[in-house]
Design a protein around this ligand. Structure first.
Ligand code: UDP
Ligand code: MG
Length: 319
């Protein structure tokens, strides 16, 4: 029988684990001819998430936990889950019930029909404000303008991926990773299905993405998939030089032709300020890339984890 792994990344989600498990059970019963493995990734939670998952493992041998030794972040948590998943396909989802298990039977059906990647698209989101939606739109606009790899808007990390593509994805060893981008990199032209869904509010707890984390994710997303900002830095340099030359010509013209010398002080301050700013921006952009190289060349392991599953009766449990 075919097997599907459901990978759920959880960071401080104590109030959601049991509810999510119950909802999953209800939906998975509707799917025939498939065996499920539920793989929670505990991303170094500081609350009772570990214990809540442990309770489920004790009563259900299909539940397992990849326990990360500290918080590594959502992208790495999904990677760890993918590495340990044994299924013929892997479904990724969040732990806060914003990715409703209700849609899993449809996703599996599409896979059984031959689709190799089943994506979901948020067509509505009960939880987000107009301002958030506006920011998200701008973010994807800038990202897709700057990046060579196109990333779809409103395509959350709720998706099914066939083993063939899971194995492809495992070849990407970069530290700094954006799953959405990697997936778009390997995306085939066919056998991809998109299922629309409405994201409800988070069942319990609060979002783990504050403004700073989201901004970092935005910058990372651009630098991971594109060197266009470096080109932009070069263009800025040229534009700055062109402005300075034009200004110089204007000053010469005023001085020798119009006999109306431009007072030097204000012009010098503004030119120096402008050139300084362009240089700082340029250095900052180069610095972003050098920082990434610095991190990537070390080739450190992506995470530190162990797997926790039901032990045969009388066996010792690992922590
Ligand atoms: N998450 C994680 N590690 C982190 C931050 C988040 O595993 O460092 C998980 C979190 O528990 C949730 C999912 O990633 O299951 C998405 O996070 P969240 O709901 O906070 O993001 P939002 O839906 O608000 O964008
Ligand atoms: Mg959420």
């Amino acid at each position: 029988m075919k097997k599907i792994s459901i990978v759920i990344s959880a960071y401080n989600e104590e109030g959601n684990i049991k509810k999510l498990y119950d909802e999953l059970q209800k939906e998975l019963l509707k799917v025939k001819d498939v065996q499920f493995e539920i793989l929670f990734v505990n991303d170094g939670s500081k609350d009772r998430t570990y214990l809540e998952i442990q309770k489920l493992i004790d009563k259900d041998s299909n539940v397992k936990m990849v326990n990360l030794k500290r918080n590594f972040g959502h992208e790495i948590a999904m990677t760890a889950g993918m590495d340990y998943a044994k299924g013929d396909a892997v479904i990724f989802m969040d732990a806060d019930l914003q990715h409703p298990p209700l849609y899993i039977p449809q996703m599996v059906k599409a896979w059984q029909e031959g689709y190799e990647i089943v994506l979901t698209k948020r067509i509505g989101n009960v939880a987000t404000s107009k301002f958030y939606k506006f920011c998200a739109k701008m973010f994807y606009y800038v990202l897709n303008m700057l990046s060579e790899t196109k990333i779809g808007e409103s395509m959350p990390d709720f998706r099914l991926i066939d083993r063939k593509y899971v194995d492809f994805l495992k070849n990407f060893n970069e530290q700094d990773r954006l799953f959405r981008g990697l997936l778009s990199w390997i995306m085939p032209n066919d056998k991809v299905k998109i299922i629309d869904f409405v994201a409800p509010e988070r069942f319990s707890g609060t979002t783990k993405y504050n403004f700073i984390k989201s901004l970092k994710l935005a910058i990372d997303s651009i630098t991971q998939f594109s060197v266009r900002p470096l080109h932009l830095a070069t263009y800025l340099g040229f534009a700055g030089a062109a402005c300075s030359i034009l200004l110089g010509l204007y000053v010469i013209f005023e001085h020798f032709i119009q006999h109306n010398p431009t007072p030097g002080y204000a012009t010098i301050v503004s030119v120096v300020g402008f050139v300084g700013a362009v240089q700082l921006i340029t250095l900052g952009i180069i610095g972003e890339y050098i920082g990434k190289i610095h991190i990537e060349v070390k080739k450190r392991p992506l995470y530190l984890a162990d797997i926790i599953e039901q032990q045969p009766k009388g066996g010792k449990r690992d922590k």
